[in-house]
Design a protein around this ligand. Structure first.
Ligand SMILES: Cc1cc2nc3c(=O)[nH]c(=O)nc-3n(C[C@H](O)[C@H](O)[C@H](O)COP(=O)(O)OP(=O)(O)OC[C@H]3O[C@@H](n4cnc5c(N)ncnc54)[C@H](O)[C@@H]3O)c2cc1C
Ligand SMILES: NC(=O)c1ccc[n+]([C@@H]2O[C@H](COP(=O)([O-])OP(=O)(O)OC[C@H]3O[C@@H](n4cnc5c(N)ncnc54)[C@H](O)[C@@H]3O)[C@@H](O)[C@H]2O)c1
Length: 474
């Protein structure tokens, strides 16, 4: 049987773009279907706008805190419309990387239409019917909005509408306590809004080491964010610009009302798998709608692959890109490469940032790999003292051979520094290898050398010290 395309890619976000570009670079005839804006969530409603907003917000906060650094304290009056205009200018500046023109010039046929599978090799795209030898599902995800009494009559926000705000919220109420809530909550408190975060649980940064949640809770509360822990929202109503949330304490069943002018829902993501004909192609999904894939990222139809948010398990742009790289290879080569999540990495771009790579202490224990952990505080690093950024730490998770298998960093620029730990993990380096580097002084990276030295000192047994003294320090 002959097919019109070697590969049809459904979805032009981070996962789909990397897949389509990579397959075309190998000489394949590729169709890329995008039903909305090229670039997907990351460019339009996710990473790029949120980090641009945070860049303005953190600056406003630093200006306000300038007294601490020996400067005359001053105010940074905030005009949200101007801040959001900048956010959209950043999107426009980055958009050409993901544009139709760029991908057409790379040899990809871009079809700006929603795609729906008719069978395991056929995709409907508008009034066209395409056939592909292989298909890649990279349709991503959208905000998960739960059923809530009154919600249909309320003008609530999600990440898809947030960046159209023109007026600074007086009181922003955020439902959820994942990275969106942490970053957006801090952005708005730094811009001058009152912010309340409502969460069912009792901890923050739950996917990170527990120490991260402790430090960040202190920091975010000091910034002015109010956390309502252990609360469910049972209903919502709106009168003109006042939004009222009916809250219930999960344990005590005590009701209360919270009022504000802006309500953001940030309760995780819903895979975009409905309405795209997955059943017609016999592609299986799990009960939450994620496309089920094996370690080679093949779906229940081996010639149909899935990557990015729609497949999970990690919903990050860089993980979408990583998976897409594996898909490109597996699409054409008989020997299938498997995903390896042992060096997964993420950063929450709050101030300070919280960055993680590889195993946490807990996941290393579960995997039976944990040897030891080293924690080194930034207050012992001169650069951190100089910059008044000393509350954070580096935590290294080591296996029994003292190889680095996980790392967590909390400091401004943690997201830039975590790659050093990632390299150590990928290259299976021992913690002592961090002592072989000459670190520029004064730099925050010195913390890696400091941690390694602590480990070395701690590893000397009393008899070894005595022997050394006898032999070399008579
Ligand atoms: C507020 C926010 C901030 C974030 N910040 C970060 C961050 O700092 N760092 C990070 O790594 N990650 C971040 N993420 C996560 C990141 O945005 C996603 O993991 C990433 O965009 C996933 O890429 P994807 O290609 O799988 O999906 P998407 O970006 O969702 O792209 C899927 C594309 O497919 C299209 N599509 C869907 N169905 C069809 C169809 N049937 N036919 C044709 N096209 C279709 C959609 O229109 C969309 O363009 C953030 C997310 C949010 C919401
Ligand atoms: N810096 C970054 O890399 C970054 C920033 C923002 C978002 N993201 C990505 O986007 C994804 C979505 O972020 P998010 O913050 O929306 O989601 P999340 O899934 O990380 O967190 C949502 C939180 O809401 C809770 N929750 C879900 N349903 C609930 C309900 N009905 N009632 C009460 N609590 C409920 C969940 O338990 C979870 O703690 C993340 O998983 C992340 O991968 C990444």
């Amino acid at each position: 049987m002959s097919y019109e395309y070697h590969v049809i890619v459904i979805g032009g976000g981070s996962a789909g773009l990397v897949t389509a570009g990579g397959a075309a670079a190998l000489g394949a005839k590729v169709a890329l279907l995008e039903g909305n804006e090229m670039g997907g969530d990351c460019l339009n409603t996710g990473c790029v706008p949120s980090k641009s907003l945070l860049a303005s917000a953190h600056l406003a906060n630093w200006i306000r805190q300038s007294k601490k650094m020996g400067l005359d304290g001053t105010q940074a009056p905030v005009n949200l419309e101007k801040v959001m205009n900048r956010v959209h200018r950043v999107i426009e500046e980055i958009a050409p990387h993901d544009s139709v023109e760029r991908f057409q010039s790379m040899g990809v046929e871009v079809i700006q239409s929603h795609g729906r599978l008719l069978d395991a090799h056929t995709v409907q795209a508008g009034d066209r019917v395409l056939t592909g030898k292989r298909i890649v599902i990279a349709a991503g995800s959208g905000p998960q909005v739960p059923k809530l009494e009154g919600l249909d009559k309320v003008s609530y926000l999600t990440n898809e509408t947030l960046f159209s705000l023109k007026k600074l919220p007086e009181h922003l109420m955020i439902w959820g306590a994942g990275p969106i809530a942490m970053e957006i909550g801090q952005a708005f408190v730094h811009l001058g809004s009152r912010v309340t975060v409502i969460l069912r649980g009792h901890g923050l940064f739950k996917k990170d080491e527990p120490e991260v949640g402790e430090i960040m809770a202190r920091k975010l509360e000091a910034d002015g964010i109010r956390f309502l822990y252990g609360r469910d929202i049972t209903g919502v109503s709106q009168e003109e610009s006042r939004i009222s949330l009916s809250l219930k304490e999960t344990k005590k069943d005590i009701p209360s009302i919270l009022e504000g002018d802006t309500f953001l829902i940030a309760l995780g993501r819903q895979p975009a798998s409905t309405g795209m004909g997955l059943e017609a192609a016999a592609v299986k999904t799990d009960r939450r709608g994620f496309v089920v894939v094996n370690e080679a990222l093949q779906t229940s139809q081996p010639h149909i692959y899935a990557c990015g948010d729609i497949a999970g398990p990690y919903q990050f742009t860089h993980m979408a890109g990583y998976q897409a790289g594996i898909v490109v290879r597996n699409l054409f080569l008989p020997l299938k490469k498997k995903v390896d999540y042992r060096h997964v990495v993420w950063t929450t771009y709050t101030s300070p940032q919280a960055a993680h790579a590889g195993y946490t202490e807990e996941t290393a224990k579960e995997a039976g790999l944990l040897g030891s952990v080293i924690t080194h505080p930034f207050r012992e690093v001169d650069r951190a003292v100089i910059e008044d950024d000393r509350e954070g730490f580096l935590k290294l998770v080591l296996d029994r051979k003292k190889r680095v298998i996980g790392a967590t960093l909390v400091c401004e620029q943690a997201g830039e520094m975590i790659s050093l730990a990632s390299l150590a993990i990928v290259k299976k380096l021992k913690v002592s290898d961090f002592m072989n580097i000459i670190y520029a002084y004064p730099s925050k990276s010195e913390i890696f050398g400091g941690a390694a030295l602590t480990q070395l000192k701690d590893s000397f047994k009393p008899w070894q010290k005595k022997l050394f003294q006898r032999l070399f320090l008579p």
